[in-house]
Design a binder for this molecule. Structure first.
Ligand code: DX5
Ligand code: ZN
Length: 223
């Protein structure tokens, strides 16, 4: 599985989202969009109307990370709107199997996210329903936080579970991923890397994406 980089627009200029997307066009694999509802996390960002506008404004596939209550109700709408990937949180979904299937049925990749304190082992039986596992490497809610090394053993264990089940599922890490931390994540077995500050606080976001990809790609997997 090749390394993929998903810049998070949470660290971009929300008044100029189309331009900010264009700055990473041609180098980013995905555009990561953090949907926050001020209930599941203590922050409020954007919702479906903005995602729909962004989908019209960029050719980059959109990777929607829903940090919201009741994702069972809202997630299929993001897939129907044309998001390439829609991720719901284990801690919020009340009917994850139904919701993951609804995301796939609407034509998107199904994503399942775990907070730092949520263990992967309880979800092993759900792996056939999941196209991408997202392991949070910060507590969700804000960009620019410090990477939590405490999650690294879970990345390793999750990679082992994925291999046991055939190796098809992508393993995304999100939070504090930067030139300083991406190699640790790659070594532990992650293959999709979200980066907010590391891309959009850089002078040249496209070059930051290239640099992150080179660091992750060069690193042998230790997990
Ligand atoms: C945090 C979000 C992340 C955030 C990452 O809850 O899910 O996607 O944008 O930002 P950085 O890379 O700055 O930690
Ligand atoms: Zn995110």
């Amino acid at each position: 599985m090749a390394v993929q980089i998903s810049p998070s627009i949470l660290s971009a200029d929300f008044a100029r989202l189309a331009d900010e997307a264009a700055r990473v066009e041609g180098v980013a694999d995905w555009l990561h969009v953090d949907v926050m509802d001020n209930h599941f996390v203590p922050n409020l960002t954007l919702g479906l109307p903005v995602v729909e506008a962004l989908l019209r404004a960029t050719p980059i596939p959109v990777d929607c990370h829903l940090m919201i209550e009741d994702p069972d109700r809202w997630a299929p709408g993001y897939a129907e709107a044309g998001a390439g990937s829609v991720t719901v949180h284990a801690e919020a979904a009340k009917a994850p199997v139904r919701t993951l299937r609804a995301i796939r049925a609407a034509g998107a990749r199904s994503g399942f996210a775990l907070n730092p304190a949520t263990s992967i082992e309880a979800y092993e039986d759900l792996l056939p329903e999941i196209d991408m596992l997202l392991l949070m490497t910060v507590e969700p809610g804000f960009g620019g936080q410090r990477f939590l090394d405490v999650v690294l053993p879970k990345i390793t264990r999750t990679r082992a579970l994925i291999e046991k089940h055939g190796g098809e599922i992508w393993l995304q890490v999100d939070g504090g991923v930067s030139a300083e931390t991406i190699e640790r994540c790659a070594a532990a077995g992650a293959d999709v890397f979200v980066a907010g500050n590391a891309v959009y606080a850089a002078d040249d976001p496209a070059q930051a994406v290239r640099d992150l990809r080179a660091l992750a790609s060069a690193h042998p997997r230790l997990g």
